[in-house]
Design a protein around this ligand. Structure first.
Ligand SMILES: NC(=O)c1ccc[n+]([C@@H]2O[C@H](COP(=O)([O-])OP(=O)(O)OC[C@H]3O[C@@H](n4cnc5c(N)ncnc54)[C@H](O)[C@@H]3O)[C@@H](O)[C@H]2O)c1
Length: 336
């Protein structure tokens, strides 16, 4: 049995706790740390039977804990990662590892001198739909990959306080799509050209961010990709992808609560997409932790590495620079 300590008892920390408790048979959550405990969160931890603490060092100093999941705010990830490596804990770190490339590289340096496994939380790689696209694109069924189209739209914009601390839409939201470009095509991104606008909420613009974007990417294998994003799709979480190749194409649509389609004299109606990431990707969140536990227990490679985490951050930074400077930006410009 692998003992896991969860750091951060917010939205995603609770998701990982519940996944481990209910769905991962070879692991259990020993403790969860958060400096702020509301009455609701305290009750949740009590009901889960998990020891709640204030300071994550209690987890790092606990010799019975084998691994941690870092689910605290992004600004804390690199520091906690380095401390956890020194404490010899295997690490599952939520995305992004850091918004600062030099901090990610500092974590990579520490990892090189350790036996610690480090997995980054790009959950979409564990979604049944995206995996099917990846398999078809990578096993040759559609020939050489020429084009990739990703549509990724949230059901509603986050609160402005969240926007201000998020590092911007590309670093917070599109970062999953940037990872999908690499995962689905099996190629590295070489160049990024972004156009963005504030069309959903002017307050997002006042906070210095954007809420609508088209990002065009050139890949090392010669393929081209395009991502479209919106912070508000009134019909729900819109997550679609299409890969087009020399011998065909593969695409996925949205998941919905059921596949029912009602046809009447007024028209034909299907259900809206599952509302947001907690609904759409719950199975993927469980799968990513299962694969992390497998990698630790069997001493195999983790399925999403810190290098994957770094590449997605470099692409997000290139997209930000592209908007600022109104030009295509090569990834080689973003190394520091
Ligand atoms: N992979 C995904 O789909 C996904 C989804 C949501 C969030 N995230 C990432 O997870 C991280 C957390 O996001 P969230 O939405 O759960 O945020 P949140 O604000 O809901 O939760 C963060 C929690 O961390 C706690 N915290 C702050 N400092 C801490 C510290 N030093 N030690 C322990 N806990 C601390 C806060 O009190 C809060 O309870 C972010 O990096 C975010 O980008 C990933």
């Amino acid at each position: 049995m692998m003992n896991i300590g969860v750091i951060g008892a917010g939205r995603i920390g609770k998701v990982h706790c519940e996944s481990i408790a209910y769905h991962v048979k070879d692991a259990s959550v020993t403790a969860i740390a958060d400096p702020v405990w509301t009455e609701d969160s305290k009750k949740w931890a009590r009901d889960m039977g998990i020891c709640a603490c204030i300071d994550y060092h209690e987890i790092l100093n606990n010799p019975t804990i084998d691994a941690v999941t870092i689910c605290s705010p992004t600004q804390t990830h690199a520091k906690i990662s380095k401390e956890a490596i020194h404490a010899g804990k295997h690490i599952f770190c939520e995305k992004p590892v850091s918004q600062d490339v030099s901090e990610i590289k500092a974590v990579m340096k520490e990892l090189k001198n350790s036996n610690v496994k480090y997995q980054v939380g790009f959950n979409r790689r564990f979604d049944h739909n995206f995996r099917a696209v990846r398999n078809a694109a990578q096993d040759g069924r559609i020939g050489d990959v020429h084009l990739l189209k990703i549509t990724s739209r949230d059901p509603d914009a986050p609160p402005i306080a969240y926007v201000k601390g998020s590092g911007g839409m590309f670093m917070d939201m599109t970062i999953h799509d940037f990872d999908m470009v690499r995962y689905l095509t099996g190629s590295e991104v070489e160049e990024v050209y972004a156009n963005a606008a504030v069309l959903v909420d002017p307050e997002i613009g006042k906070a210095g961010d954007v809420d609508t974007a088209i990002v065009s990417l050139k890949l090392r294998n010669g393929a081209l990709a395009v991502i479209d994003n919106s912070r508000r799709a009134v019909y729900g979480y819109d997550q679609r992808a299409e890969v087009f190749g020399s011998m065909g194409q593969v695409e996925i649509g949205n998941d919905s609560p059921s596949r029912s389609v009602i046809s009447t004299v007024h028209g034909v109606t299907a259900e809206k997409p599952l509302h947001f990431f907690l609904e759409r990707y719950m199975e993927a969140y469980t799968n990513e932790i299962k694969e992390f536990v497998d990698a630790v227990q069997n001493d195999t490679d983790v399925p999403v590495t810190i290098e994957d985490g770094l590449q997605a951050v470099l692409i997000a930074k290139a997209a930000n620079r592209s908007i600022k400077e109104h030009r295509p930006v090569a990834l080689t410009e973003m190394q520091n």
